[in-house]
Design a protein around this ligand. Structure first.
Ligand SMILES: NC(=O)C1=CN([C@@H]2O[C@H](COP(=O)(O)OP(=O)(O)OC[C@H]3O[C@@H](n4cnc5c(N)ncnc54)[C@H](OP(=O)(O)O)[C@@H]3O)[C@@H](O)[C@H]2O)C=CC1
Ligand SMILES: O=C(CO)COP(=O)(O)O
Length: 375
């Protein structure tokens, strides 16, 4: 039955998969996504700046630097030549860390085919400007549709072929079935989907990007309280209140709260706030135990997006005049030398408020009332 105001799927307007997917960035996630594209049957190019890594991928089907010991599928063409990688590509996945995005877009721009869509796979907000990554890319790559791919996706697991789901977000209209079929979200989902990888689609790019940027900061917070000896109840509370911070930022930037409850928000929080495979959670645990930053990860440089993004998220929150207490705590501990236990105790004793923000409830916390009564 078709209900009034709804439309049946129009299978006559079938989406067409892309022919050649180019992945920019041969780190852990870029290499895993190249495997996803290849396993889905796409012609797949992988651009990396490190000659030794590129050679190892082409000759040994392994990325020894970022995914040691994990076999890659046949047929990924890795190269250090940006022009060669992008030649003939009709879809691009951009997978270098968020701080490199502006530079990489500038490098890509002369070699991109007309109208080729770009899905951003890094998680973050630009430092200094407070722009979403899609805003940065749109400033440089005029004429290209910009979207995102995000979700609960540890690169090692995806590369090994463990079942993984993610969200592909490009702006389009759900109400127009032709638009839906031709949207890059639909076409990219079709291009990457396989028995190992299940993409979902959405038009809420802002909700997906905000979720990805904040979840890394919340994962650091969960690591910090775990390392400092708090229990599971506390971590669960932080995950859910962290999700509220995502909803609040998504709301003011024009995203949808419901997106935050999906794979890119709740899904990624559940994954990265529960496992020390997450670099963000792992950094938090080490800091919570009192290990100095320079000694975390045994001194190896490791991309921890939440570390720098705690600064950009707070800059954006101040500009939008909203409060994000957990993100602010992480910022104060990481960048202002605040103490882990004192900072989270402070969050815990804030005035009691409605679980959904905006409700007109604000009463002193019982801890504060009890302290006053004793005096
Ligand atoms: N790893 C994961 O499980 C997931 C990661 N992500 C996101 O993907 C993004 C990339 O992370 P990930 O792949 O894990 O990072 P890695 O640390 O594994 O790899 C980073 C890659 O970026 C390259 N790189 C660094 N700086 C530059 C630069 N200035 N110009 C060009 N290339 C550069 C590195 O090259 P080189 O080796 O030469 O330094 C390396 O290939 C992050 O935003 C992360 O949050 C998202 C989902 C899952
Ligand atoms: O984003 C990720 C999984 O979805 C990877 O998380 P980390 O960067 O914390 O390792």
């Amino acid at each position: 039955m078709i209900y009034p105001g709804t439309q049946a799927n129009d299978f006559s307007a079938s989406p067409v998969p892309y022919t050649k997917v180019c992945v920019i960035g041969a780190g852990a996630w870029g290499t895993a996504l190249a495997s996803v594209a290849r396993r889905a049957g796409r012609e797949t190019a992988l651009w990396g700046r490190d000659q030794a890594t590129v050679e190892a991928i082409n000759t040994r089907r392994e990325n020894p630097k970022y995914l040691p010991g994990i076999g890659l599928p046949h047929g990924i063409c890795a190269t250090t030549d940006m022009a060669e990688a992008l030649d003939g590509a009709d879809a691009v996945l951009l997978v270098t860390p968020s701080r490199t995005l502006r530079d990489i877009c500038v490098q890509m721009q002369p070699h991109l085919g007309k109208n080729v869509p770009i899905a951003l796979c890094a998680k973050g907000i630009e430092a200094g400007s407070g722009y979403l990554l899609s805003e940065v890319a749109a400033q440089i790559l005029d004429g290209h549709q910009i979207g995102a791919l995000s979700g609960p996706t540890f690169a090692t697991e995806t590369a090994m072929g463990h079942l993984t789901a993610a969200t592909v977000a490009f702006q389009f209209s759900y109400s127009d079935r032709l638009d839906t079929a031709s949207s890059p979200a639909t076409r990219l989902a079709l291009s990457l989907g396989s028995e190992f990888f299940r993409p979902y689609i959405t038009d809420d790019l802002v909700g997906v990007e905000v979720s990805g940027a904040i979840k890394n900061v919340i994962a650091i917070a969960c690591g910090m309280i775990t390392g400092a000896g708090y229990a599971e109840n506390t971590r669960a509370a932080l995950i859910v209140r962290g999700m509220d911070e995502m909803k609040t930022l998504a709301d003011v930037l024009g995203g949808r709260r419901e997106t935050v409850t999906g794979l890119a928000g709740a899904g990624d929080l559940i994954l990265t706030c529960s496992s020390q495979t997450s670099r963000n959670m792992s950094l938090g645990v080490q800091l919570g135990k009192g290990i100095a930053r320079e000694n975390c990860f045994e001194g190896r440089p490791v991309v921890v997006e939440g570390e720098v993004n705690s600064i950009s998220v707070m800059d954006l929150a101040r500009r939008m005049n909203i409060k994000l207490p957990i993100c602010e705590s992480v910022f104060r501990i990481l960048h202002q030398g605040a103490d882990v236990r004192e900072t989270f105790a402070d969050v815990w004793s804030q005035p009691i408020e409605g679980e959904r923000r905006g409700l007109a409830i604000s009463i002193d916390h019982p801890v504060a009332i009890a302290a006053e009564a004793i005096q």
